[in-house]
Write a protein that binds this ligand. Structure first.
Ligand code: BG6
Length: 493
């Protein structure tokens, strides 16, 4: 028997992702035998009400959709317990219940605790898991999955980590970054390390620059309070962006074992150069959205969103130029842009190659583009390689042509969802697709170096209209180096 306890499972994440994805695991026969799922929340509701809400989540968000036969089985596994996350008696009652169930079953495998609450409850919950005896091993596994944000600063992340490490061993702590559960993102490693045509050119001699874009149309809907104290640097760069960067730039790992992959990812993050007050101007652009037209309708500016101060300086957009000055990547800029309320949803990585000038002179490239490998994750999963060929009738002039692979939509629905994959891994005890503590610690170091430089200087915020492509300064950040942002397969957009 395995037990999954989801704290805060009735929130948005639980309703839209966690519970439907646990159901997906059930339908796919990927839950351990005799698995039980407890959702702990503060709202008062009966088991019947809870099950109705689970049914509703499954119908709306499961990749399999609602199926009456599957529901008959799944319904027996899930239940709701209501208590305040600070109330030790709630934990004691649940501990008594879980112990009783485990005593009665022949093979108690262990417990997976999932913290999906607001981050201020992470530490109180962990303390009470210990105080109530719920985290005591008793010969079976006890694992903890911690949602983001893992801290709000380097110092608070260290404090949280120390508290958690006082209760759980490092190998039992699963710090989630849901991007790592994405199939296409996992493909970055397969693409790099299973194709020997890429290995030899994956360095500063052949690659001119790397670009990572995570653009969102959505705003901060319903998460204003969290976002106001976070901003895009903490919300997206500290985790998703730096994780993507580490996958693209890591050395080949000795094997696919979690320790080997994490070791190489960590080396990249550890090597990223801090931003200093002297170079912040040429490496960082922060922005905030004002009102603007989205699909023909006027959308509010960030400062007019519910509960946001009219003089808020929280950044909703960031464009960065980072460097990893190691022997492989020294001198190769990594351009990053991410933000909310932009003109499109886009998640992609562009690897732009240098133009070889041995046979062709510079003029030959005047009407073409540099060769580029694009890994597109959103809105459409695809990989495309753009190369050069001669222009018709001319030997000394080049033009681009593309080769693309598009993942078929029907294939996509067969892929496990990101949380489904990650929960499955945590149950099995595989932390490959989770972030290690030192990765998180070093990510905070980089983000803090930017935040510290900006603290003194509120003029560093550039405004952009909702529904636009972001602040003009983000274009300048890259154009001053003689380069431009790649779009989603259409070069130079
Ligand atoms: C979350 C951020 O981690 O990732 C959100 O907190 C962001 O602000 C989201 O919208 C983006 O993830 P996805 O899966 O919607 O691309």
């Amino acid at each position: 028997m395995s037990i999954i306890v989801v704290f805060g499972g009735t929130g948005d994440l639980g309703r839209k992702k966690l519970i439907p994805d646990i159901y997906n695991l059930y339908v796919d026969n990927n839950l351990p035998p005799e698995c039980r799922v407890f959702t702990v929340g503060r709202s008062i509701r009966t088991q019947e009400e809870y099950k109705e809400s689970v049914k509703d989540s499954i119908s709306k968000y499961s990749r399999f959709g609602f199926d009456e036969d599957a529901w008959q089985g799944f319904e027996k596994l899930v239940s709701y317990r209501q208590f305040d996350f600070n109330d030790i008696e709630g934990y004691r009652a649940l501990e008594a219940e879980l112990s009783e169930m485990e005593r009665e079953c022949k093979n108690p495998l262990g417990r997976l605790f999932y913290l999906a609450t607001s981050h201020e409850f992470f530490s109180p919950i962990v303390k009470r898991l210990r105080a109530s005896g719920m985290a005591d091993s008793k010969g079976a596994f006890r694992r903890l999955v911690v949602e983001k944000p893992f801290g709000r600063s380097l110092e608070s992340a260290r404090r949280l980590n120390d508290e958690i490490r006082g209760v759980f061993a490092e190998e039992d702590i699963y710090r989630i970054d849901h991007y790592l559960g994405n199939e296409m993102i996992q493909n970055i490693l397969s693409l790099r390390f299973s194709n020997s045509i890429l290995g030899p050119v994956w360095d500063r001699d052949y690659i001119d620059n790397i670009q990572i874009s995570i653009l969102e149309e959505a705003g901060v809907e319903g998460r204003e309070e969290y976002y106001e104290s976070s901003g895009v640097l903490r919300d997206m760069v500290q985790n998703h962006i730096l994780q993507l960067m580490s996958l693209v730039m890591m050395e080949p790992p000795a094997s696919l074992a979690p320790g080997d992959i994490r070791k190489e990812k960590l080396e990249v993050i550890r090597s990223i150069r801090d931003i200093t007050p002297e170079d912040i101007g040429e490496n960082v652009v922060l922005g905030q959205y004002g009102e603007g037209l989205i699909k023909g309708e006027m959308a509010k500016g960030y400062r007019s969103e519910k509960g946001i101060l009219s003089d808020s300086t929280t950044e909703t957009f960031a464009a960065l130029r980072l460097f990893v000055p190691n022997s492989r990547w020294s001198g190769v800029p990594v351009y990053i842009r991410t933000g909310k309320r932009l003109d499109r949803k886009l998640l992609n990585i562009a690897i732009e190659f240098k133009n070889p000038l041995a046979t062709y002179d510079k003029d030959a490239f005047a009407e073409t583009q540099p060769s580029v490998l694009l890994i597109n994750i959103l809105p459409q999963e695809s990989i495309s390689l753009q190369l050069n060929m001669k222009q018709p009738g001319r030997l000394d002039r080049l033009e681009p042509f593309g080769m693309s692979f598009f993942k078929k939509a029907e294939l996509k629905n067969k892929n496990p969802e990101t949380y489904e994959r990650l929960i499955f891994d945590a149950i099995k005890g595989d932390s490959t697709r989770y972030a290690g503590w030192e990765e998180i610690e070093n990510s905070w170091r980089i983000v803090e170096s930017i935040l510290d430089c900006c603290k003194e200087n509120s003029d560093s915020l550039h405004f952009y209209s909702a529904g636009s492509g972001g602040p003009k300064e983000a274009e300048r950040l890259i154009e001053k180096d003689g380069r431009r942002w790649w779009g989603d397969g259409n070069p130079r957009k």
